[in-house]
Design a protein around this ligand. Structure first.
Ligand SMILES: *Cc1c(COP(=O)(O)O)cnc(C)c1O
Length: 479
């Protein structure tokens, strides 16, 4: 399998070659040259598979330069019930990403039973093991630098903790995360995890990461890498659970299923699009946004108009508070039929702070063929949906999942199962749950006293030089 850049001007690479990198050298994102296709016989065989077997069936087609035995071992090490069922350990791998029936034809795909209680664990845990494996084979180590406003940072840290050839330097705003999210990260005592609380807001953290990454000499000297949402292996690992959910809610492979996906950087829903391109009978992919409606605007009007980061609103579904959707370019590349020159031209406008409009080009008409549509949800909608779900289905969901359920129901079709992706557990967003329901969400066992655990975090001013100095002093620490 060869991977090509969405902008068409970078040399072809293998899966392992793009695993540790970020953007392609031409500024684009990597995609497989052609998506592997599962035919009717393949799908029939996959229907009986457990999560690990599905993961292998899918990833062996995408990561075809990893020897099959190695890939199988990596998958088995990652997808354990201990990691994905709140510490329960047995060998019932159907408990990984279970589907909960809310009522006939309406389901919740539970993706938040991993170590940090958000769906990002589904892919990030695999990424941790893939990184360790690839670095070992290359005799290298890496210093991951990232900025987080919540879920990404903790998922990355819990995926990389204890890895002997990886260190994580994670910048987070001193204020801005929920107390639970802070405690999750700062209570990690692993020697290869460095929490840097920055005296500023999330954008300051992101600006520092950008400034450090743009210093190519520093980056090379200290072997700086990233695990951001454009990483192809993360997207690939997210494809697996669409297959899992499809088989769980259908009786035969001719049936069609709609999915509703709480969206920010377009990584999760992009994986659903790729599942369809690989042959899964996906009907509609419903893109749910919060008040930060960049994506909803596009799917309604054909105009993609990323906002300035200062325009990003702080909402009660904070993991979807984005000003531009970093994986969106992958979908547009498919929409143009992989016309690299056209994608490059569109993103020349985007990178210059501008917008583009696909309506006049006729391309927008093709969006419906790909089954994508959208909607948005506000704080008031979120509270209403949390209450509705609690009363009608006796199910407590989180604020992001509520956005997905609200928008999904607006587009529900009779006779077509609708699967709403659960992207976090309510315990992560206690204040809003309390506001809606008047009760404190339950926590999985072992996390009751998270906030009182000892913390390992360094507070630094929002100053690039200070952060670089910190990295230089710790980047060679033996772990
Ligand atoms: C990251 C995240 C999202 C958004 O997912 P994307 O892949 O960025 O679209 C939604 N909900 C939660 C809880 C998240 O952590």
């Amino acid at each position: 399998m060869r991977y090509l850049s969405t902008r068409g001007q970078a040399p072809a690479q293998t899966f392992s070659q793009i695993l540790l990198g970020g953007l392609a050298p031409d500024g684009g994102l990597y995609l497989p040259e052609r998506y592997p296709r599962f035919d009717a016989a393949d799908l029939a065989a996959m229907r009986g598979m457990d999560y690990r077997q599905l993961a292998f069936a899918i990833l062996s087609r995408l990561a075809d330069d990893i020897p099959a035995d190695d890939l199988r071992a990596l998958i088995d090490r990652t997808y354990t019930t201990a990691a994905y069922s709140h510490g329960r350990s047995d060998s019932d791998f159907s408990q990984i990403a279970p589907v909960r029936r809310l009522e006939d034809g309406l389901y919740l795909l539970e993706l938040s039973n991993g170590p940090t209680l958000a769906f990002k664990d589904m892919a990030m845990q695999l990424l941790g093991n893939l990184f360790e494996y690839a670095l070992d084979r290359a005799g290298r180590d890496i210093n991951i630098l990232g900025a987080t406003s919540g879920d990404t940072g903790s998922a990355a840290e819990y995926a990389m903790r204890g890895k002997h050839n990886v260190r994580v330097f994670m910048l987070s705003p001193v204020h801005g995360m929920t107390p639970f999210q802070q405690a999750q990260m700062y209570s990690l005592q692993d020697a290869n995890i460095f929490n840097l609380a920055i005296e500023g807001v999330f954008d300051d953290c992101q600006d520092i990461v950008k400034a450090v990454s743009n210093d190519l000499e520093f980056k090379a000297r200290w072997r700086i890498g990233a695990v951001n949402s454009i990483n192809w292996a993360r997207v690939a690992a997210q494809v697996i659970y669409y297959f899992k959910a499809y088989f769980a809610v259908t009786g035969a492979n001719g049936e069609v299923v709609d999915f509703s996906v709480p969206s920010g950087n377009f990584g999760n829903v992009c994986a659903g699009h790729i599942a369809r391109m690989m042959g899964l009978p996906v009907g509609r992919l419903i893109v749910a946004t919060n008040e930060n409606d960049v994506l909803d605007e596009f799917f309604r009007t054909g105009v993609y108009r990323p906002r300035k980061s200062a325009e990003t609103l702080h909402t009660s579904s904070p993991s979807m508070d984005i000003s531009k959707a970093s994986n969106f370019e992958r979908f547009i590349a498919d929409l143009t039929g992989r016309d690299g020159a056209r994608v490059a031209a569109l993103w020349r406008a985007v990178d210059a702070g501008d917008s583009f409009d696909l309506k006049p080009t006729g391309l927008f008409d093709k969006v419906a063929e790909f089954g994508l549509l959208s909607g948005k949800s506000t704080h008031a909608d979120r509270l209403d949906t949390l209450r509705m779900c609690w009363r009608r289905y006796a199910t407590m969901i989180d604020t992001h999942t509520a956005d997905g359920l609200k928008v999904g129901l607006e587009h529900r079709r009779s006779g077509v199962p609708l699967v709403c992706l659960e992207t976090a557990l309510p315990a992560k967003f206690e204040d809003t749950i309390r506001e809606a329901l008047g009760v404190r969400p339950e926590r999985p066992a072992g996390l009751e006293n998270l906030e009182s655990l000892p913390r390992r975090v360094e507070t630094l001013p929002a100053d690039v030089a200070r952060v670089k100095d910190y990295i230089a002093r710790h980047a060679d620490d033996r772990t």
